[in-house]
Design a protein around this ligand. Structure first.
Ligand SMILES: Cc1ncc(COP(=O)(O)O)c(C=O)c1O
Length: 474
């Protein structure tokens, strides 16, 4: 084996051997080939490789250390110095920019890392590895490992009322990946525009646009997406969050569900149901079932492990009508060879043994307590603010008193170490959305949540009178 493949010396060169080594190492560091922290071969090993005397390498290393390119680490040899690292970061569609360090982070996102069920996951992964068959180590089916598709079909039917079968499911790498695949599949069905909820997850809308499709915003009201406005838009596909609209928290009403299904049938269109937090119904009344069950031929149901387990798993699923599934499989056949199978098999184990059910039951109890504490604190410290929408998921939508200066409140909160998003971050229409805060409550213990809302209340109370809004009459 060659220890340092990119460094060579030539005895025909007029440049001394030591200096040739220095030049080559500097070049590789500067160009980012030799990364900070890379361990270099010992002087003896490199001297052997290059057929030079050891003292030549010792001298070259010494000079590079003196110039700060390398560092000698006691007990672990010579390494490329850390501080020369150019921080190469590829921007992504999910970028949030720089996040300030704060005492209370009320942003909503994926599952809370501290709540990840390590023991159960290790057990499931071990069982999956122990039982893996030879065939399962080959390329997996494009739609996903069969044991997982079977478990998912059972699970989704049981807990979300989804009408599907293992052969109607496609395992994907999170909803983002499922959406990207759909953006390639829909044009094959003659669809080039997707209607999106407004307010909604703007970065998802951008994602659709980056994939080459157009988006049309459709307003959301107290019953959910406005289907009459959707019908007027003339599109044939819509992306919705019927269980717990993001961010307003509204559950799509029975009337709107029926209208949406009629719309899809009447336009030969499709509904993409993003059931991103469908595992977290925190109310005491019955859990709304998936919209998909009303029209499995028209609705693509999408689920993810990002809220229930961890976004890092990049694991999600689509339950799709046969027409859409065929287009999705074509896309995957052209673009990738399916998702990594061992994680799928481990997740199938978690479903099979009931460990996911038990984990979610524990989380729901914990989050219900946090949401109730948040609601009480809002009533006490933010008078006139309403905790809107259903008690579900990992976030609450706080409607501030009308005319509150949301931007001033968000900026003031940050100065007091409370990081919270304003509702306007999720608006896409030209009209200004009503002032609101989108508060993630899963990640903070109850006492910290109470402190954060008390601090928010203080900031709100100190806003100039005209910027504090007006109390609602009802
Ligand atoms: C509205 C919405 N949809 C979907 C997701 C999940 O996306 P993914 O499965 O790609 O992590 C999220 C993120 O948590 C979300 O907020």
């Amino acid at each position: 084996m060659v220890w340092l493949a990119s460094v060579e010396v030539s005895r025909d060169s007029s440049q001394p051997l030591t200096s040739q080594i220095q030049t080559a190492v500097k070049r590789e560091i500067t160009e980012g080939v030799l990364r900070p922290g890379t361990r270099l071969p010992s002087s003896r090993a490199l001297a052997d490789d290059l057929s030079v005397s050891r003292s030549v390498v010792v001298e070259a290393y010494g000079q590079l250390i003196a110039e700060g390119y390398l560092e000698a680490v006691q007990g672990s040899g010579t390494r490329v110095a850390g501080h020369l690292a150019p921080a190469a970061r590829v921007p992504t569609l999910l970028d949030e920019g720089r996040v300030p360090a704060v005492r209370w982070d009320l942003r909503t996102g994926g599952a809370v890392p501290a709540h990840f069920p390590h023991r159960e996951w290790v057990g499931a992964y071990q069982r999956a590895l122990r039982n893996v068959g030879r065939a399962e180590l080959d390329y997996p089916p494009l739609s996903g490992a069969r044991p997982l598709c079977e478990e998912l079909a059972r699970y989704l039917g049981r807990v979300r009322g989804v009408r599907t079968a293992p052969e109607r499911i496609m395992v994907v790498q999170g909803f983002a990946h499922g959406l990207a695949l759909l953006c390639s599949a829909l044009p094959r069905l003659g669809i080039g525009t997707v209607a999106v909820e407004d307010p909604g997850l703007v970065r998802q809308h951008r994602f659709v646009q980056e994939a080459g499709l157009s988006t049309v915003p459709v307003p959301v009201d107290a019953e959910g997406v406005d289907v009459a406005a959707l019908a007027r838009s003339g599109v044939r596909a819509v992306l919705v969050t019927p269980f717990h609209q993001f961010p307003t928290g509204v559950t799509l009403s029975a009337r709107r569900r029926a209208e949406l299904v009629d719309w899809a049938r009447g336009t030969d269109g499709y509904v993409i149901e993003d059931d991103y937090d469908g595992d977290f119904w925190l109310e005491r009344r019955p859990h709304p079932l998936a919209l998909q069950r009303m029209a499995p031929d028209r609705v693509v149901y999408a689920g993810t492990t990002s809220k229930a387990l961890a976004p890092a798993l990049r694991l999600g699923w689509l339950a799709a009508p046969p027409t859409v599934l065929a287009a999705l499989e074509q896309v995957r056949g052209e673009r990738d060879l399916g998702s990594e199978a061992l994680t799928q098999l481990a997740f199938a184990e978690l479903l099979r043994g009931g460990a996911l059910d038990r984990h979610l039951r524990r989380l729901r109890a914990r989050y219900r307590g946090r949401r109730e504490a948040l609601t009480l604190a809002v009533h006490r410290h933010l008078p006139g603010t309403v905790v809107a929408g259903a008690a579900a998921g990992l976030h609450a939508y706080l409607r501030l008193p009308p005319h509150t200066d949301e931007a001033l409140l968000v900026a003031g909160a940050l100065r007091h170490s409370v990081l919270v998003r304003g509702g306007s971050e999720f608006g896409t229409l030209a009209r200004r959305p009503d002032p609101a805060l989108v508060v993630g409550y899963a990640g903070l213990p109850t006492t910290a949540l109470l402190d954060a809302v008390r601090e928010l209340g203080r900031v709100w109370a100190r806003l100039p009178r005209g910027e504090r809004g007006v109390a609602r009459s009802a």
